[in-house]
Design a protein around this ligand. Structure first.
Ligand SMILES: Cc1cc2nc3c(=O)[nH]c(=O)nc-3n(C[C@H](O)[C@H](O)[C@H](O)COP(=O)(O)OP(=O)(O)OC[C@H]3O[C@@H](n4cnc5c(N)ncnc54)[C@H](O)[C@@H]3O)c2cc1C
Length: 400
């Protein structure tokens, strides 16, 4: 097996240079500072600048608002987005939802309108899965949708709808028939977030992310916003869920590990610790002169590399747990300088270590908790039997 660097063609190298120059220009210190302050995973100017190049939907043909990039250039683009820390949560959720909208929106005019908006950046979509009573069991959603002629009336709430404040639609899981087995009584909608009766309330997490509680109080949504058949929402949801859980078909250029994106938060923290290790104290000695310090830094670096190389959904679990453990070790090594208040004299690396450790906590939760991922690995990777949770599957009518 060749682990050497992939050799890019001159055209691909030129594209890489173009992407780097573009991101160097648009991802300014102000953009990064704003992201740190808001935790929104979104910046309108950056989003629209990406759209203007067709880079929100890079593989789409130019005539459809994309950039017509081949898979290698798409991969280069993706890596540059990660390396430049481009705020991109909303761009990612929009792409996830679009795959369901493209397949299941029945009204061709609405589908075309949404498609054009996804590419030009004016239509952004978030995930309305998590009920306040429990998010891991997505199929147990309770938010009610009741038909009234050509409309549906929505009542209930969703929590952790990340990006709702910057989106036009939420991809909403609703309960349309409480009498049917739970997976068979769901219906999916694209709900316009400017509908009367929608109220978005901000939630800031310990890790600094901005997410939302969204209330639906008698919200009326036209039937044309329904995705798929009534009570067949689970079928609609499967594609985006599989994608988020690493179960969708992936090309050979995809990230090796599902933890890659968030694991990279450790890099600035590690770089700050290296600066600390190489800085002489008043007596001229440096922390790096102590072999024990070097050994710990080495262990952290190899742990990080091992996590980056852990494939698929295993990488999601390993990535989150490594980020938590290694960011804590870095803080332990460096000491109080790592966790001073923002702006305090002596704060190391502009707070990168403290940020990495706080940010790490949420990575075990969103997109499915690490416990849920362990179940996925057990059943879908190791092919172990499906566990029988009390009450969970009996509704499906499958033999147990
Ligand atoms: C920063 C952030 C952003 C998020 N963004 C979104 C978003 O955009 N849209 C959205 O819909 N949701 C979002 N979520 C919600 C997230 O997907 C849920 O928090 C997650 O699925 C867990 O649901 P819960 O918090 O209700 O915990 P619960 O489901 O109540 O779980 C509680 C505990 O029980 C464990 N558990 C539950 N079921 C099982 C099981 N079957 N086997 C083993 N252990 C189990 C869990 O691992 C957890 O430790 C976000 C969450 C966070 C923190």
């Amino acid at each position: 097996m060749d682990f050497g660097l992939v050799e890019l063609t001159p055209a691909q190298q030129a594209f890489q240079r173009e992407a780097r120059a573009f991101f160097d220009e648009i991802v300014t210190d102000e953009v990064l500072e704003e992201e740190r302050e808001t935790g929104a995973g979104f910046n309108l100017d950056v989003h629209l600048a990406l759209a203007a190049r067709g880079w929100l939907t890079p593989e789409w043909p130019v005539g459809e608002g994309g950039a017509g990039l081949d898979p290698v250039c798409c991969r280069i683009l993706h890596l540059e987005l990660v390396y430049h820390q481009v705020p991109r949560v909303t761009a990612a959720t929009t792409r996830l939802v679009w795959q369901a909208a493209e397949r299941y929106l029945a009204d061709p005019r609405l589908r075309a309108e949404v498609k054009a908006g996804v590419a030009n950046g004016t239509v952004r979509m978030c995930l309305g899965y998590t009920d306040p009573d429990g998010g891991s069991d997505v199929a147990g959603a309770r938010l009610k949708a009741v038909r009234d002629g050509d409309e549906w009336v929505l009542n209930g709430a969703k929590t952790f709808t990340t990006g709702a404040q910057n989106c036009q639609y939420t991809f909403l899981v609703t309960r349309t028939d409480p009498e049917r087995p739970k997976h068979r009584g769901l219906t999916m909608f694209l709900v316009p977030l400017d509908s009367p009766g929608v109220e978005i309330q901000a939630i800031r997490t310990f890790g600094g992310e901005r997410t939302n509680m969204v209330y639906y109080d008698g919200v009326r949504v036209a039937d044309r916003y329904r995705l798929g058949e009534v009570n067949e929402g689970w079928t609609v949801l499967r594609g985006p869920l599989d994608e988020e859980h690493g179960m969708a078909a992936r090309d050979r250029l995809a990230d090796l590990s599902m933890g890659q994106g968030f694991l990279r938060t450790l890099e600035p923290a590690f770089a700050a610790a290296l600066t600390w290790a190489a800085t002489p104290a008043a007596d001229g000695t440096r922390p790096a002169d102590d072999p024990a310090v070097l050994a710990r830094l080495g262990q952290i670096a190899t742990g990080y590399e091992a996590a980056l190389g852990t494939p698929g959904p295993m990488g999601r679990v390993k990535g989150a747990e490594t980020l938590i453990a290694k960011s804590a070790e870095l803080i332990d090594l460096v000491g109080p300088q790592a966790v001073l208040q923002p702006g305090a004299p002596g704060l190391l690396g502009d707070g990168a270590l403290d940020f990495a450790h706080r940010f790490a906590q949420g990575t075990t939760i969103y997109g499915g908790t690490v416990e849920v991922f362990r179940n996925i690995i057990a059943q879908h990777v190791l092919k172990l039997p499906r566990p029988s949770y009390p009450g969970a599957k009996q509704f499906l009518g499958r033999p147990r």
